[in-house]
Design a protein. Structure first.
Length: 339
């Protein structure tokens, strides 16, 4: 339980067109938001916007939610993180995640199997880079260093630049129980995408049992301050339609799986079946209102204030607000969450 929730702003990734959110980020900083986060799928990347915003702010923390591990080798991510952390005075929060087979194999041309083992190896190499205790080597099967074969001239190397922080805060985007357990074991925080706050203990209690006391659960939450609850629910349902129906294959869709574990297995199966059959409108209407409402904070301020108690009573420690697009809304959300 956390009566003192931290508040961040999650910008996501660009949709169709470039979106310079500098003014929104600066407003969030003025209003006392703790952090701003970006994302990547197969469009805008996760680091460049943070460098842009970091150059135009002074205090707000800068998070990646998430940097896809198949997009970069672990040493590349470690170098990028170290560079950005230096340039922003130690404000980076590095969230990483495995993504899914559609993106990993279809976009990055990398193998997806064994994501847990790959993530563990990835984290180990990044920390070796930052710690600079010796030239970096790895005998793991996924990211061997030096590279076996080739010219045979590969040489273990040590990061030239001394990091500003040898332990950059590390978060893991995770949905499955085993991946959440990996986050609790190895990282400083967990970035859940869809969350029913009251079900976190039942769904992830065992997975989180090894988490340290200061472990940050930074949940992404769509927040819409509006008098039109029906329209707000439709906005959430549009997002869920895509993620449950189309962000994955019929045989493997992590988003549909998590909705099933929330207690909506029949609905998730129906939504995916309709979506993949091209009946997207029917898939949209198959999403239960209480699911869309439960993972979000929707409605007028009085309703959001009341429903915030569900999040305060949960293990969540940070709310990453998705949805606000102007300073007045940012201020309203700030006042509701932080008081």
């Amino acid at each position: 339980m956390s009566d003192d929730l931290r508040l961040g702003l999650n910008l996501g990734y660009w949709q169709r067109h470039a979106n310079d959110a500098t003014e929104l980020v600066q407003a969030a900083e003025r209003l006392g938001y703790d952090s701003v986060w970006t994302a990547e799928a197969y469009g805008s990347d996760v680091f460049t916007p943070l460098a842009w915003y970091g150059a135009r702010t002074t205090r707000i923390k800068l998070g990646t939610s998430v940097a896809q591990i198949s997009a970069r080798s672990p040493v590349t991510t470690a170098m990028t993180a170290m560079t950005l952390d230096h340039l922003t005075g130690g404000r980076l929060l590095l969230g990483i995640g495995a993504s899914g087979p559609q993106v990993v194999e279809g976009w990055y041309g990398r193998p997806f199997p064994r994501p847990l083992a790959r993530t563990r190896e990835y984290i180990d190499i990044m920390r070796k880079v930052w710690h600079r205790e010796e030239p970096v080597t790895s005998d793991g099967p996924h990211y061997p260093l030096p590279y076996p074969g080739g010219t045979g001239l590969g040489k273990p190397l040590k990061l030239i630049t001394h990091p500003l922080r040898r332990d950059i805060p590390l978060y893991l985007g995770a949905e499955g129980p085993k991946n959440v357990a990996l986050a609790a074991e190895l990282t400083d925080g967990w970035l859940p995408l869809f969350t029913l706050p009251g079900k976190i203990p039942a769904m992830y209690g065992d997975s989180l049992s090894a988490a340290p006391p200061d472990f940050d659960i930074a949940a992404m939450v769509l927040i819409m301050v509006t008098n039109d609850l029906h329209e707000a629910l439709d906005t959430v349902k549009l997002m869920l339609t895509l993620y449950i129906g189309g962000m994955g294959a019929k045989s493997q869709n992590f988003h549909a799986d998590i909705i099933g574990r929330m207690g909506y297995a029949d609905a998730a199966e129906k939504i995916q079946e309709l979506y993949l059959a091209g009946r997207k409108d029917e898939a949209f209407h198959a999403i239960p209102d209480d699911l869309a409402d439960g993972i979000s904070l929707l409605g007028p301020p009085s309703r959001i204030r009341e429903r915030l108690q569900l999040w305060r009573d949960s293990p969540v420690t940070t709310l990453l607000a998705m949805g606000p697009h102007d300073e007045p809304t940012l201020r309203t959300v700030r006042d509701l969450v932080l008081g």
